[in-house]
Design a protein around this ligand. Structure first.
Ligand SMILES: [Zn+2]
Length: 105
């Protein structure tokens, strides 16, 4: 029963994202540059920072700071990836459902 609900919610979420992508093309930041939140360097947006900006991140990092950050992160083993993503989805689902309902209404 719970699995059915999860599948329905997942399908609805995927559909809403697809519909939104078709009818509402992705936005771009007004400025082509941003100030790095770590080293305060003015950098031009890349696909990565634009994507982060769309997701609502206010702190953007230049590519060199991003690389340093990546290197400082412990390597995620592929075997644990599935479990982490399930937890991630479980944590995001409530806010995603609320966002979807707001968007529909
Ligand atoms: Zn930086």
């Amino acid at each position: 029963m719970e699995t059915t609900i999860i599948i329905i919610v997942a399908v609805v979420l995927v559909l809403s994202v697809a519909i939104k992508a078709i009818f509402f093309p992705p936005k771009f930041p007004e400025s082509k540059t941003f100030k790095c939140a770590r080293c305060a360097k003015i950098s031009t947006h890349s696909d990565r920072t634009v994507e982060a900006w769309r997701r609502g991140f206010t702190k953007l990092y230049c590519s060199s700071c991003h690389q340093k950050w990546l290197q400082s992160q412990p390597q995620v083993k592929p075997s644990g990836g599935g479990c982490v993503s399930v937890l991630f989805i479980a944590a995001l689902l409530p806010s995603a459902i609320i966002g979807f309902l707001k968007w529909i209404v």
